[in-house]
Design a binder for this molecule. Structure first.
Ligand code: NAD
Ligand code: UFG
Length: 350
């Protein structure tokens, strides 16, 4: 597969940057398209720092928006891509409830444009960022890929629609190979401490929030729900190290370029282990040596009690399995946080 050229949409973002590092290390040439809606060019510079000057020559950054077909045309008319990894999208659940049109426009229109241009230039291999959100409130755990799917909010609906769109396109045009990767809860950071998650504003997700409490940017963590029927009353999720996730994309590319007739197929990327909110707090305290003050609060509307993945299909068919546990996730996230308490930017002036 070395020498193949991959287009990575949203490659300046959290999962994108970590995946681009692994792709470059595996010998791929990478072209990123990102509109920097939720990222900064400094993140791409850090990717170059991590991989070194030689491999950086195989990386190209393009400022562009998937909603603008011309931006895609420009890229595809210039470069023959072997496959696309499609991360670009908006992902904040609360914002999607308040402003669904923004989510439908960005996530749906952007992806439909991408399929159009890919088809025009005969690039028909796609790895798509789906999410465990498509399982809704799962009736059973672990979540298995053939469960019924359900959307809980407009963000989740964009993922569900985009999965359906992928299945329809592949059914109508069987030469497409599409892998839908359903991520569970991506956390952690690159072991160098140079790359990590850098959300704008107050974080919505647990680990970025804990991280900001640990570095003193936020006073305490609100723990949403302490009366769930779980081991300690807090909700349970399947946290996965972002580097494991990145390797899952390399495995998906391997599958897509070596197997024929894979169709449109979904894989869970998780560890298969459930960890509660309070367990994550304790693990982060241990990794950082910082006290995380918590406030026990009512449940967050729409949250499931416990969600974790069945990992059998990915292990069997992608030959991929997560290597890291919660301890390494917290260790690497703390290294990123302590080196970069304000993310990729410097501390804002008061
Ligand atoms: P992120 O916001 O860090 O990265 C997404 C990137 O896409 C950003 O750099 C953003 O600027 C870019 N982008 C957004 N809309 C664009 C557009 N129209 N044109 C060009 N670029 C655009 O998010 P992430 O955590 O890296 O997530 C990547 C993908 O994985 C998303 O599709 C997300 O929905 C999905 N996902 C994320 C999680 C998670 O918890 N992080 C979980 C499941 C699925
Ligand atoms: N939580 C808190 N306090 C916070 C933030 C979160 O207690 O400040 C709790 C939540 O209530 C939940 C758990 O921590 O019980 C995890 O919450 P996250 O928001 O980090 O993650 P979710 O499991 O709710 O959802 C995330 C993404 C979704 C994605 C899903 C599966 O936000 O977009 O993982 O991939 F679909």
């Amino acid at each position: 597969m070395a020498g193949q050229t991959i287009l990575v949409t949203g490659g300046a973002g959290f999962i994108g940057t970590h995946t681009v590092v692994q792709l470059l290390k595996e010998g791929f040439k990478v072209s990123i398209i990102d509109n920097l809606d939720n990222s900064v060019t400094e993140a791409v510079d850090r990717v170059k720092e991590v991989v070194g000057p030689q491999l950086s020559k195989n990386l190209e950054f393009n400022l562009g928006d998937l909603r603008n077909k011309d931006d895609l045309e420009k890229l595809f008319s210039r470069t023959k891509f072997d496959a696309v990894i499609h991360f670009a999208g908006l992902k904040a659940v609360g914002e999607s409830v308040a402003n669904p049109r923004r989510y439908f426009d960005n996530n749906l229109v952007g992806t439909i444009n991408l399929y159009e241009v890919m088809a025009k230039y005969n690039c028909k291999k796609m790895v798509f960022s789906s999410s465990a959100t498509v399982y809704g409130q799962p009736e059973k755990i672990p979540c298995v890929e053939d469960f019924n799917l359900m959307a809980m909010n407009p963000y989740g609906r964009t993922k569900l629609f985009l999965e359906e769109i992928a299945r329809d396109i592949q059914k109508a045009e069987p030469e497409w190979s599409i892998i839908l990767l359903r991520y569970f809860n991506p956390v952690g950071a690159h072991e160098s401490g140079k790359l990590g998650e850098d959300p704008r504003g107050i974080p919505n997700n647990l680990m970025p929030y804990i991280q900001q409490v640990a570095v003193g940017r936020l006073p305490e963590l609100n723990v949403y729900g302490h009366d769930y029927p779980t081991k300690d009353g807090s909700a349970v999720r399947d946290y996965i190290h972002v580097m494991d996730l990145a390797d899952g994309h390399v495995a998906a590319l391997r599958k897509i370029s070596t197997s024929k007739d894979i169709g449109c197929i979904a894989y869970n990327l998780g560890t298969g282990c459930g960890t509660s909110v309070l367990e994550m707090v304790t693990a982060f305290e241990k990794a950082s040596g910082k006290k995380i003050h918590v406030k026990l609060c009512p449940r967050r509307p729409g949250d499931a009690t416990a969600v974790y993945a069945s990992t059998e299909k990915a292990e069997r068919e992608l030959g991929w399995k997560a290597k890291y546990g919660v301890e390494e996730m917290c260790r690497d996230q703390w290294k990123w946080a302590s080196n970069n308490p304000w993310g990729y930017q410097s501390k804002p002036e008061k």
